[in-house]
Each structure stands twice: as C-alpha cells, then as structure tokens.
Design a protein around this ligand. Sequence first.
Ligand SMILES: [Mn+2]
Length: 444
Amino acid sequence: MCAAPRRPVFPPYFPDAMITPDTIDASNRACDEAWRSDYAHLDEQLRRRGLDPDAVVEQAAAFEVAVPSWALGTGGTRFGRFPGRGEPRDVFEKMQDVSVVQRLTGAASRISLHIPWDEPDDPQALREQAAALGVAFDAVNSNTFQDQAGQVSSYKFGSFQHTDLAVRKQAVAHNLHAIDVGAALGSKALTIWLGDGANYPGQTHLRKAWERVRDCLAEVYEAMPLDWNLFIEHKPFEPAFYATVVADWGSSLMLARETGERASCLVDLGHHLPNVNVEQVVARLITAGRLGGFHFNDAKYGDDDLTAGSIKPYQLFLVFNELADALADGALPANPSYMIDQSHNVKDPIEALLQTVDRLQKSWVRALIVRRDALAHYQETNDVLMAEETLREAYETDVSALAAAARKRLGGAIDPVAAFRTSRYREQVAEARAGAAYVPPQSL
Ligand SMILES: [Mn+2]
C-alpha cells in the first residue's frame, strides 16, 4: 500500500529533466580531453612530491558543505534588493535549487533552514520532497534579531539580553520552536546568532546583559534533544554598533563552556574585525575542543557576505590548512559542520553557489596536499623560509583537475557552471516561477 504524499513529491513545475546524468555527461564529454591532460600533469606533480593523488581524490570527494536557505534567492543590502529572474518562491523551490547544486557538485546535499523565513507549513511534506531529491537538513537557524508579524513583544532592545523576562521567555520559546521544526525535518543542530547588544555607552549593563544571554542559552540547551548540537555564532558589531554581547570567539567560547558539552563555537569568516588572524582563531577553538562549525563567505570591509575565497583566498586556504592538520594528527576528531553563508546580490545565486563549492573543494584539496612531514621538520628546525614555501607550494598548485575528479567520481560536473548554463535551468524555472512575491533582503 502506498499513501499519497500530502503534496506531490514532484509538483508540476518541477523541472527534473533539466539536470540529469545525461546533461552532466554531455557537459563532461565536452571538456573531458582537456581535463584528462590537466589531471595527468597534476598527478605527476603530486607523485613527484611523494603524495598519493588517488587518496587525495578520495578525501576531496568526502567534502560536504550545507547551503543556507537564504542563499538561493537574490540577497540585498539595507539600501535595496535587485531580484533576479526565476528566483524560488518558497522553500520547496529552494530545495529544488539546492538539489541542482548537489547534482552538479556532489558536495551540497544538505540545506540549512532559517526559521521563520523558510519555515515549512508542512515539515513532513518538505522532508519527503527533500528525500526524493536526495537532499537532507542541516542545522536550523533561529531569528530573534527582528520582529515578526503577530509577535507579542519586540526585540528592539534585544532578545536573550532583554531586561524584561517576558521578552526573554518569548525568545527562548522561539528557539524551542525552531528545534521542533528541525526535529521534524531530521536536523541535528541549532545555530544561534544574536543581534543583542547596545548602540550607545550606558544603554545596557554589560555584565548583566551577558548573564541574561548565558541563562537563556542554558534554557535552550536543556530543551534540545540529546543528539543535537548547539552552535554559537559570534559577530563583532551590527546591528549593535557599540557593544555586541557575543562579539568574539572568546565570548563564544565562554558561553559554549558554560552551556554544556554539546555547545560549540561557529566561525563565520566575515564576523571578525579587519586583519584578525582567523586561522589562529580556528586553531584556538580546536585546542579548546569547541570548534563546532563554519559559515563560509568572504569580506573586504565588514560582514560583506561575498563569495568564499573571492577577496582573501590565501586566508581560506590557511583555515583549511589548520583543519587538515588537526584532522591528520587527531586534534579534531571529525570534520566540523561546514555551511555557506553568503548574500548573492549581483550574481545568479545557483551559479554563485556552484562557484563557491568549487572554491571550497579546491581550498580543501590544497590543504590536503601540504607536505606535513616537511612542514613539521622546517618548523622544528626554525627554517622560516622553507616552512613558508611548503605552504606556498600547496597553495600555488592548480588543483582544479583534482577537484573536478572528485566531482566526477560523485556523478557531478567537471565544470559545474558550464553544465548549469548549458542546461538552461534558470531560463526554464524563470518561466515556471513567474510572479515571484517580494522578498526582503536576507542575510545572516
Ligand atoms: Mn553567519
């Protein structure tokens, strides 16, 4: 017997035929010869360095990153938003777009939902469609940094830090609701980023605000299912321009330690003041045993939410280098939770995500081909120049063919953007998705 799903698993607008294995094969055939030649050269280079390219491909193919539900539509700034054609109109269509990124890269099979922006009316139907598309749910994200229609109390003066117990209770209840939605979808983690803080000296009592945030986090933590993790995301400023409660990794680490074993710190690459050594922050959190996850993006000035690796590609490599090093020597028992957190204001969101996944895969591969024994030797003998050159050697290697090999192994595309453009997916959904409703700018 077979009960009909509450919503068709493949609604009439579902253009399943557009990104099929055939589409991908055709695209791969067009660049296969060039790829083989590039790969042969890279394979030879890596073997000359004493590395095993096949093992690297295997490790590269294991890389996975979650896509946030807010990255599928065009983002915006506080000044405006310029919608693109064929944007997803609801969370079902967002899921469909994530499956496109997954099919082309083989590395993006999970979506991180924002509650309430992408809260499904029917979590079970969404879970069924996701399963049919080969997509699952990553961490859910709560939102107490803005007011929603029908909300009783306002977060104008904060949520967890608020002086009024009723506001704090409402904020905690919202987080518990986000956990319930996530549990229905199969999520296993909650990410909390708070806008709480002060815009002017004197506005809040700095220590009391901290204590209230700590106590609310403890309440949420106690209500989480036992197999869930809590990620605490810090950010130096905005919207609080004078003092943010969870402003830095030190505050985040204190909270994680006081909250419980399954609480850890989430590093958003854009949530640091200029020139902060983010790879060192990562190293510290690994040592503390509290590195929970990442939000990948890039920034020139503030929390710009640009494409990962577009501004500071060497930093991105150095972050992955810390991770590869810690995974190799056992300081990290497993990969932390990798997520993208970008706002695609002027690029096609799907293309930007394909580009991002490729950049992340390549940065990861570069970190995997660092000759660790040589690096350790140069560090131990204080050979500064050769230690630095050992990192540069890996960073300056063109590993595109190896990242493509990993994607090919997973049934993905050698060149995901080319395959996407050839498929004409965007043009076709643009027709099906005519009349998209207004969506306000969204980013975290
Ligand atoms: Mn973030």
